[in-house]
Design a protein around this ligand. Structure first.
Ligand code: OAD
Length: 290
């Protein structure tokens, strides 16, 4: 990609946020960690907590074939990433502020915690690239339920079964050979597993959003998973790209990088953007200084 001629600084980012009205925001697990939800690839992250499962790669817990072969594996650990309800972080509040000021073109989130909803991000402004816990679907008959309907099973680490498939499942169990495929009638949260396509909404609008955006901000993601990661390199030349992340990202190029906790970055940016940029969040405490 063609680099910008100018050397960008934080002041340029502030000016750009002020003038932009079509910001494309990519978010990942790092925007929810301040609520105690682990991210995936950090040393204390979700994948490092799965060492004892004996998987060759911890990402297999989100592998569709693995799920069909043995849904017990997923349901033995899913409680660890079950989202808290009715809460969100200062960074989510910042995204809401961008929306309220008419500056948000779209938030492409890789998060499955659905916390954007509690922050008041409109459905139209959001693409949940990897689905979410908001709904769940029976792998056999495709019957859909509210995600919350299976939360108690997830907390108790038991497999939730489809009420519509119950009779047929019992019939199979009581048949001569008693054979029931492991995943028969199992409810699966509508999270995009490896081996599944992203929701069609992603493919429907990404091309136009890439053409329309006037600023890219990537927050709290290691940008390791395609195709979301490739959004960064697909941004048209001349569109400034900003990274807000705790750890540096070496495999993508950004015009400005602010390393640190994203809640602090949100707070800092609002403080610098001026009086009318007030984060509506109980944890918002303006930080001073450079
Ligand atoms: P990762 O765990 O790969 O990356 C999280 C990034 O957030 C890391 O670079 C951290 O440095 C950064 N981070 C953590 N806490 C932060 C904080 N408070 N402030 C700022 N940055 C922080 O998570 P994702 O990139 O979101 O798929 O992972 C992408 C996908 O991989 C996920 O959607 C998931 C996983 O497989 C599914 O859930 C299906």
């Amino acid at each position: 990609r063609t680099r910008l001629d100018d050397v960008y600084s934080v002041d340029h980012v502030l000016d750009k946020i002020k003038s932009a009205n079509r910001i494309l925001l990519i978010t990942g697990a790092g925007i929810s960690t301040s609520l105690g939800i682990p991210d995936f690839r950090s040393s204390q992250g979700f994948y490092s907590q799965l060492q004892n499962l004996g998987l060759s790669d911890p990402q297999e817990v989100f592998d569709l074939d693995f799920f069909h072969t043995d849904p017990n594996i997923f349901y033995s650990i899913a409680y660890m990433i079950l989202p808290p309800e009715k809460t969100y972080t200062p960074m989510h509040a910042f995204i809401r502020l961008l929306q309220d000021k008419g500056k948000l073109l779209r938030n492409y989130t890789q998060n499955i915690d659905n916390l954007e909803m509690y922050a008041g991000i409109e459905k139209d402004k959001l693409v949940q690239c990897h689905g979410s816990f908001a709904t769940a679907t029976c792998v056999t008959c495709k019957y859909k339920v509210n995600g919350e309907d299976i939360f108690s099973s997830i907390r108790e680490k038991v497999i939730p079964y489809c009420p519509k498939c119950d009779k047929a499942r019992k019939k199979l169990l009581n048949s001569d050979d008693g054979y029931v495929p492991e995943s028969y009638g199992v409810m699966k949260p509508d999270i995009t597993f490896f081996g599944e396509s992203l929701p069609s909404r992603f493919h429907d609008i990404i091309r136009q959003d890439l053409a329309d955006c006037d600023l890219l901000i990537s927050v709290g993601t290691s940008l390791k998973v395609a195709p979301v990661a490739s959004i960064v390199e697909s941004i048209p030349p001349g569109i400034p790209q900003v990274l807000l992340n705790r750890d540096p990202i070496d495999h993508c190029s950004f015009d400005v990088t602010l390393l640190g906790y994203c809640d602090d970055a949100a707070s800092y940016l609002c403080n610098r953007l001026g009086e009318e940029w007030n984060l509506d969040h109980p944890l918002y405490d303006k930080i001073r200084g450079p």
